[in-house]
Design a protein around this ligand. Structure first.
Ligand SMILES: Cc1cc2nc3c(=O)[nH]c(=O)nc-3n(C[C@H](O)[C@H](O)[C@H](O)COP(=O)(O)OP(=O)(O)OC[C@H]3O[C@@H](n4cnc5c(N)ncnc54)[C@H](O)[C@@H]3O)c2cc1C
Ligand SMILES: Cc1cc2nc3c(=O)[nH]c(=O)nc-3n(C[C@H](O)[C@H](O)[C@H](O)COP(=O)(O)O)c2cc1C
Length: 468
């Protein structure tokens, strides 16, 4: 107050008016932002389908790591804004009856494994695609397909092609030729937008905004498997460049990284939560057939120096978040750099107030080569064991005994516990390599529960995978 008395009344009045104007401006901005959020929420709610086909246009997605789901939401939003009511739903929620009603549906689907459907679509394939004979079952259905894939795989867009053929074979009418997007190619997405413009009856492609790449800075790098038989693995620490605020993400999400000189982005499972104050990754050096280092991993682990910048954006991976499983017991299974995605989930679980979890048990089954060199995040794991958060912890090192031993072997030995946890409502998360680990784990799960029950767990979001 001393400083106030040293100012004249005119200056005090000016200062007070300025403060008042500033406060009014802040309130107006806050009000506008609240109105915008309310509008967005109403729009999102109106686009959330319950699987009921009464909606004029269905936007159906089948996604493993979230790209097609994100495109489905953008598609529905663009149509909605152009005046075409649209509803988003996962392929898994559709039934033969839904597709038999006259409707328009846009399918956005990816392909996994060797031309396989994404996990969440596999039950639909078994229950509906494989049991519907060719004929005119779906003659009232008009559809379009956007197939996402990667042409370096032998079965390029295998599932999108199979779905398209199946729909045609069952009498559905294509609205336009199937569009295939190689590595989410922007030209193909543009073609899709133009088809949406036709559907909406507008000349302009509808409004479309994907999340932009931002500049990030490499702020830390630690080699965590010195002396290992395996390729080098580093724990990386990244922060937005130029002191920008850390964006929000949820445990289970991915970071899409574009390193200098390489336009094609690569995905990495995020190993931290925003409360850590930085975005952390666990990256292994990839090698090409000729022994040269992989582009992105080579840059991140060798070429870059601390302080260098790269382009990146967060990719929501709804299929691997805790979501409705936050209150359930968790069975977390992974190998190698797969511990990254599991670590973020464990961190998110540790941050939840204990009363939020009806069943707070956590069971980690993690595999690597040797306890001596490859015990990733050992300090975190030991802390969670001490605190009681990790109820069970199985660390399986394949080369620490004469015979090779992997996580799926341990899981098979613990079949009784596995069955009892799942019967009590536990959710299963698998992160790491698709070949070997994830396939082996899936075989044990199928053997224990049967494919039908495993399909039910997948559709209910209680069996989730982030595998690559
Ligand atoms: C959902 C998801 C999550 C992931 N999470 C992680 C993670 O947490 N940690 C992690 O380390 N990795 C993760 N990955 C893998 C990661 O995205 C990259 O694929 C990996 O780092 C290799 O990229 P790169 O650019 O270093 O290698 P690239 O240069 O792309 O090479 C990778 C491989 O592609 C082949 N290849 C590509 N181009 C050629 C060519 N011209 N000649 C010969 N061979 C070629 C080779 O087999 C090579 O081994 C994840 C992948 C997915 C899909
Ligand atoms: C482990 C793995 C296997 C894949 N297999 C295929 C394949 O057989 N054929 C193909 O066209 N694309 C394949 N892809 C590429 C994906 O279909 C593509 O990245 C797609 O954009 C992912 O979309 P999503 O995030 O919605 O699942 C594969 C990708 C991964 C990571």
């Amino acid at each position: 107050m001393i400083w106030l008395s040293s100012l004249g009344p005119a200056r005090i009045a000016t200062a007070l008016v300025s403060i008042l104007l500033f406060a009014i401006l802040c309130l107006a901005t806050l009000r506008r932002e609240r109105q915008r959020l309310r509008r967005e929420r109403a729009l999102a709610e109106s686009m959330l389908s319950t699987g009921d086909a009464a909606a004029p246009l269905l936007v159906v997605h089948a996604s493993q790591t979230g790209t097609t789901e994100q495109l489905a939401w953008q598609t529905a939003r663009a149509l909605q804004l152009a005046g075409v009511p649209a509803q988003v739903c996962p392929l898994a929620s559709l039934t033969r009856e839904t597709l038999q009603r006259p409707a328009r549906a846009l399918f956005i689907v990816s392909t996994y494994g060797e031309g396989d459907p994404p996990d969440t679509a596999a039950p639909f394939v078994r229950s509906t695609m494989l049991t519907t004979q060719a004929g005119d079952a779906f003659q009232g259905l008009h559809f379009g397909v956007l197939a996402l894939g990667d042409s370096s795989y032998a079965q390029y867009c295998g599932f999108g092609r199979a779905l398209d053929q199946w729909l045609r074979g069952a009498g559905a009418q294509p609205l336009f030729d199937r569009i295939e997007a190689d590595k989410a190619d922007e030209k193909a997405i543009e073609l899709w937008r133009q088809q949406l413009a036709h559907i909406a009856g507008t000349r302009d492609a509808p409004d479309w905004s994907g999340p932009a790449f931002e500049r990030w800075q490499l702020t830390g790098r630690e080699h965590v498997n010195a002396g290992s038989d395996g390729e080098k693995v580093c724990h990386l620490d990244l922060r937005p460049a130029g002191g920008a605020a850390l964006p929000h993400w949820q445990a289970g999400d991915l970071l899409q990284v574009r390193v200098p000189g390489e336009p094609q982005p690569r995905e990495y499972s995020i190993a931290s939560v925003p409360a850590d104050g930085s975005l952390q990754l666990l990256v292994r050096q990839a090698r090409r057939a000729d022994g040269s280092p992989g582009r992105a991993s080579g840059w991140l682990l060798e070429t870059a120096t601390i302080g260098d910048t790269l382009e990146a954006r967060i990719r929501e991976h709804r299929g691997f978040r805790l979501a409705d499983n936050a209150g359930r017991a968790l069975i977390l299974i992974g190998n190698g750099t797969g511990i990254a995605g599991l670590r973020s989930l464990l961190k998110a679980r540790a941050a939840l107030p204990s009363q939020t979890s009806a069943d707070p048990r956590c069971w980690l089954i993690f595999g690597e080569r040797s306890a001596r060199h490859d015990a990733f995040y050992a300090a975190d794991i030991a802390r969670w064991q001490r605190s009681g958060m990790l109820t069970c912890c199985d660390l399986v090192y394949s080369r620490d005994q004469p015979e090779r031993r992997y996580v799926q072997h341990r899981l098979a030995e613990c079949r009784e516990r596995l069955r009892s946890w799942v019967d009590d409502g536990a959710a299963i998360y698998v992160c790491g390599s698709l070949e070997g680990m994830a396939a082996g784990v899936d075989a044990v799960l199928e053997d224990t529960f049967g494919r039908g029950r495993l399909d039910e767990l997948t559709v209910a979001g209680r069996y989730r995978r982030d595998v690559y």
